[in-house]
Design a protein around this ligand. Sequence first.
Ligand code: HEC
Length: 140
Amino acid sequence: MPRRIALLLILPALLGARAVRDEPPRTTKDGVYTAAQAAEGEALWKDVCQSCHLPGALVTPATTTKWFGRPLADLYGYVRREMPQLDPGSLTDDEYRVAVAYLLKQFRMPAGTTPLPADSAALAAIRIDSLPSASRTGSR
Ligand code: HEC
């Protein structure tokens, strides 16, 4: 019981410490890709990804809960390393970038004015947020 009380005392301090960091954490809900990138990604997706993942097919609770809260660099890195499954690593960095932009669009994350960054440090600073309507995705 004392331990639980200690935790209750520590928690606000931890949260406060996060809040005073220089930059507030960016998430995928903050407009981290452009509509143009998503449009390019959609065309690429049809060519390269759609044979296995119809648009929207990855928008399932299994996928979204797996990536929720992780840095976007993890998801980008996974796609870059493992996809397309029969020929991993066969696309250019820019192609992977627009594919991930379109994936974010499928996840109903908003587009913005800042393009999705290419470097892993910038991608690591973006947190993957939950779907605005995660509870409805199961009906697909
Ligand atoms: C030949 C079929 C195939 C193609 C083409 C393909 N994928 Fe995949 N993809 C898979 C399979 C199979 C898995 C699941 C792998 C596993 O769980 O180990 C997967 C998993 C994924 C995941 C992770 C899903 C999760 O639940 O975490 C993402 C994201 C993804 N693919 C994106 C892409 C993108 C982007 C492309 C196009 C550049 C692509 N895939 C092309 C077969 C494919």
